[in-house]
Design a protein around this ligand. Structure first.
Ligand code: HT7
Ligand code: ZN
Length: 876
């Protein structure tokens, strides 16, 4: 594919006034008639042709104002339709007819079939697989949709907007018509037809409009949509309360499908979901599943304002809707659950995924300036770092200042296809603050490294904080400007309370936020009566790495006393990371693993502190993951050594805290009926953590086997199975549990996905044979993205020792799978390939093997643009 550049953006030559689509659905040959009313944009010369996008299309009819167009006036290829000699002024109508084959659409882009249901996915450029169209986000129009289909097999005919009416048609067919009055780009179009069950409810908006809410699922699965419906109603109420945003149609529908490339899609009034993010009951869904459902239902709903009412001018502006909407869903979940625990989980995820992306060959700015394949830019950088950038604006302006800026954004840009500049200008205009340096967060890739040193002078009672920022080089960006980094902080006194300094010089400090703007800067606080302990980047106010040689005693002090729970977790994690890094070095050298006493006592004290919420304690005791440790080491990584070192540290903590883990494991046994609320989930999380540690202290499978036998919910059942299979893989207890799980959930694909994932993550080199055997299992289905991600994706992304075998067989397996999947579903293949994004940080033997596998992919004939783009950037 060719390179698309932000700098080349130009508005479309023709303005689209209206879109009327008629679909005659047929599995193999669906007729699509598009009637499009355009006019030439003012100033566009009369000889400029209308160019419409296509993708694998064949034109079968073309009219101008209801009259066939002469063959000499147009050129049609599968990916482009050019029409010449169009009216100079005034509107004209183009009618385009195409026939498409939904049944053979394995890419899951455009109109496709999943379990006998017709369904669409148009973002980013899928609409052009349905009909020739100006398929770009800045071309907006109202849509009228008519769907005609066999009535018996497709009793449901759904599209965007409000229902206009329907009725019987010829030959056992019926029709339905929908009208969406809100002008929208093609990527927000959706159509669903088939036979599904429904769960219904209503929501009354703040201004008194009643909205019909419908969630469609496969027949028989209706009870499993209750939690999603509850999450939807809470999301609608929250957006009114927090951002003053009401829903704007008389119906809001969600359809759950089992074949979907991503999590969900925010089509106007008709969201389409991967059923993994809709269906839940205690027997089959974990607490993490419930939390994801709540977050994703909210995310897609919130897009109604941030994405749909205000959309993106072009795909370079993707973070405008995605980063902002992730920020909104994070805030929603924080309000529904424990804010501190939610923030800890977010930061763990950000570091594991986004920091890893930003440190490797796929690093790119939150707003990229070029792309070859837009599907490859739905990344953790655009989404999660984009959200952090939005959070920093909120930190700079304060909660009220942020709300004012958002109000202005909604007021000023409703109905627009906007840019990042438009967005930031709203915050500058509403607050008077200059954000020009801050905007570098959108254009400079790489995780800033802030080096910290401190000095206390008892005589002058001053505390000096010296900071230096370095932004590492990333692909295509070598020299970087210093950024505006908002650092929340406090100075902790000996007894744990905050010390308010009398004055500060050397830079701007507003409230509890210190503004680092220079490459290096020293802040001096005066009136500080005793040496304080600095708690910096509280709440992870900036997405940066800190290099701060803080003593274990100071970290332990923060872990005990900071009033911000997040800061306490961060201090514990900072205390633990060097221990894990050292263990990874000691193990291969044959040195005994030693665990710092300050760490062990801080952890066990936290574990035993019943005043702290269980979910927090569970997070505190969950050590940094193997990939976190690898990132901290930074290069020449040996995943086996990291794993062995971490295991040894776990065992030491398990032995020292044995009595407390045992007590908690017993005390936290479920009482009463299951509820998915955050507090109950926290108790289950802590109990699961206790089981993990106990399994490292003991050498028998019996406790985990008992946990498996007694579990009355999926959170505990799946964890018990994981402990059995990972720690005691060849025992009867493990094998029996594995078989029992498969039998029990034979007819539940989402639960069976967990069965595949648990086996794909067995540590060590045997995982490869397991994965190969599972690929031959009749329950494996290479056509279903969830199943492929559960087995192959989990193996490659979440099994560092198994995947990174020194003999390279893990990489070879992934390469084979990518080459097999790519011709059918390029998006899925390209995403799986990103599992190798950190290959250059491996020790030389593994790195060489990884390079060989990547070389084999580049060398293959007929790669999709998606895979070619990723593999080439990875090898550059
Ligand atoms: N906006 C949605 C993105 C999406 C998507 C992108 C490319 C290919 C398939 C896709 N399915 C959904 C999801 C979201 O961020 O809400
Ligand atoms: Zn989104």
């Amino acid at each position: 594919g060719q390179v698309i550049r932000l700098a080349d953006y130009r508005p479309a030559d023709f303005v689209l006034e209206r879109t009327d689509l008629t679909f005659e659905l047929d599995p193999r040959s669906t007729k699509v008639e598009a009637r499009l009313i355009f006019h030439r944009r003012a100033g566009v010369a009369a000889d400029v042709p209308l160019v419409l996008d296509g993708d694998e299309l064949t034109l079968s009819g073309l009219m101008l104002d209801q009259t066939d167009i002469d063959a000499g006036r147009y050129t049609a290829t599968p990916d482009r339709l050019e029409i010449r000699d169009l009216p100079e002024d005034g509107p004209f109508e183009i009618t385009v007819t195409t026939y498409i084959d939904p049944e053979s659409n394995t890419q899951l882009m455009g109109l496709y079939r999943t379990n006998g249901v017709y369904c669409t996915q148009c973002e980013a450029e899928g609409f052009r697989r349905i009909t020739y169209f100006p398929d770009r986000p800045d071309v907006l129009s109202p849509f009228t949709i008519t769907i005609i289909a066999d009535k018996e097999t497709n009793p449901l005919l759904l599209s965007n907007g409000n229902f206009l009416g329907g009725g019987n048609y010829d030959e056992g067919r019926h029709f339905a018509a929908w009208f969406d009055p809100h002008p929208k780009p093609s990527y927000l179009f959706a159509l669903v037809a088939g036979d599904l069950g429904v769960v219904e409810d209503t929501f009354t908006t703040a201004s008194g409009n009643e909205v019909a809410l419908k969630i469609y699922v496969e027949h028989g699965k209706e009870p499993r949509a209750a939690y999603a419906m509850d999450a939807l109603k809470r999301s609608m109420a929250w957006d009114e309360e927090r951002f003053g945003r009401e829903y704007d149609l008389n119906i809001f529908q969600i359809v759950a499908v089992s074949d979907f490339n991503m999590g969900a899609m925010e089509n106007k009034g008709l969201n389409v979901f991967n059923d993994k993010y809709v269906l839940a009951d205690p027997e089959t869904a974990t607490d993490a599943d419930y939390a994801n459902i709540e977050a994703i239902i909210a995310h897609e709903y919130f897009h109604n304002w941030t994405g749909n009412r205000i959309t993106c001018r072009d795909w370079f502006q993707l973070c405008l809707k995605e980063g902002l909407t992730v920020y909104r869903d994070h805030e929603f979940s924080a309000d529904q659950r424990s804010r501190a625990v939610k923030r800890i989980a977010e930061v763990r995820h950000l570091k594991a995924e986004q920091f890893a992306e930003d440190a490797g060959p796929l690093a790119h700015p939150v707003r990229p300036e070029t792309y070859r394949e837009i599907n490859n830019f739905y990344t953790t950088t655009v989404y999660e770092k984009g959200s952090e950038v939005t959070r920093m604006i909120a930190t700079l302006l304060g909660e009220d200042g942020f709300r004012k800026g958002m109000d202005l954004y909604f007021d000023r840009h409703d109905g627009d296809a906007a840019t990042v500049e438009d967005f930031v200008a709203c915050f500058e205009d509403s607050s008077g603050r200059d954000l020009s340096q801050f905007k570098l967060w959108y254009s400079q890739a790489g995780t800033p490294l802030v080096t910290v040193s401190t000095a206390y002078d008892a005589v002058s009672q001053t505390f000096t904080l010296s900071l230096e920022q370095i932004i590492p080089a990333t692909p295509g960006q070598s020299a970087k400007q210093p950024m505006h980094i908002p650092l929340k902080f406090t100075l902790l006194g000996e007894n744990g309370g905050d010390i308010p300094p009398a004055a500060v010089s050397g830079g701007e400090v507003t409230g509890d936020v210190l503004h680092l703007t220079g490459r290096s800067q020293s802040f001096t606080f005066s009136g500080v009566p005793a040496r304080p302990v600095l708690s910096l980047n509280r709440g992870f106010s900036a997405p940066i790495n800190l290099s701060f040689d803080q003593s274990p005693a100071d970290l332990a002090h923060i872990a005990r006393h900071d009033s911000d729970l997040f800061a306490r977790w961060q201090a514990l994690s900072d205390l633990g990371l060097p221990v894990l890094v050292k263990a990874a070095k000691d193990v291969p050298e044959g040195r005994p693993v030693t665990v710092d006493g300050a760490l062990v006592s801080a952890l066990i004290e936290t574990l035993a502190d019943d005043r702290l919420e269980p979910a927090f304690r569970a997070q505190a005791l969950s050590l940094a993951s193997e990939s976190d440790i690898a990132r901290e080491i930074g290069g020449n990584n040996d995943p086996d050594a990291i794993h062995a070192g971490r295991d040894a540290v776990l065992k030491t903590i398990a032995d020292k805290g044995f009595a407390t883990f045992e007590r908690l494991y017993r005390e936290l046994a479920p009482k009463g009926e299951f509820t998915p609320d955050a507090a109950s989930a926290g108790r289950r999380a802590l109990r699961n953590v206790a089981l993990t540690y106990l399994s490292h202290a003991g050498d028998s499978a019996s406790l985990a086997a008992e946990a498996f036998a007694k579990a009355d919910n999926m959170t505990e059942l799946a964890h018990a199975l994981t402990v059995l299979i990972h720690r005691f893989p060849d025992t009867d207890a493990a094998l029996n549990a594995l078989a029992a799980f498969a039998t029990r959930f034979d007819s539940n694909p989402l639960a069976l996905d967990k069965w595949f994932s648990i086996q794909a993550t067995v540590p060590g080199e045997t995982a490869l044979e397991r994965v190969e055997a599972l690929m031959k299992d009749p329950r494996f289905n290479a056509q279903n993205p969830n199943r492929v991600r559960a087995l192959i994706g989990t193996f490659a992304f979440a099994n560092p020792t198994g995947f990174n075998r020194p003999d390279g067989k893990g990489y070879a397996l992934l390469a084979d799978q990518i080459l097999a999947i790519d011709p059918k579903n390029p998006q899925l293949a390209a995403r799986l390939l990103t599992a190798m994004r950190s290959w250059r940080a491996l020790e030389p033997v593994r790195a060489e093997a990884a390079k060989t596998a990547l070389g084999r992919i580049t060398g293959a004939r007929q790669l999709s643009a998606d895979v070619a783009d990723i593999v080439e950037r990875m090898l550059k």
